[in-house]
Design a protein around this ligand. Structure first.
Ligand code: ZN
Length: 88
């Protein structure tokens, strides 16, 4: 089975706003670093878009009849999210 691919957006520390392309949720880069380091929130690069966690899930389940699994890469580690039983 093929996996969809997503990568986690890394904080760049250049003061640029990190923003979800679907809902507009945005944080200054320094806040995003704190949120990401505290495992409160991450943004995803998925299907050529930067998405917040909520929008990423909503997008991912649209492809769940194709394959419910998404490989997520964060720097040098990766894990697989399974949306098989995900309910809206
Ligand atoms: Zn969003």
């Amino acid at each position: 089975m093929n996996l969809l691919e997503a990568t986690i957006v890394q904080p760049t520390q250049d003061g640029i706003l990190v923003s979800c392309e679907m809902c507009g949720l945005s944080y200054p880069d320094s806040d995003y670093k704190a949120l990401k380091d505290g495992r409160k929130l991450v943004y995803f690069n998925f299907m050529d878009q930067v998405l917040c966690h909520g929008c990423f899930c909503n997008q991912a389940i649209k492809y769940s009849d194709l394959t419910p699994k998404v490989r997520v890469t964060d720097k040098d580690m990766s894990f697989v999210l399974n949306f098989e039983d995900y309910q809206l």
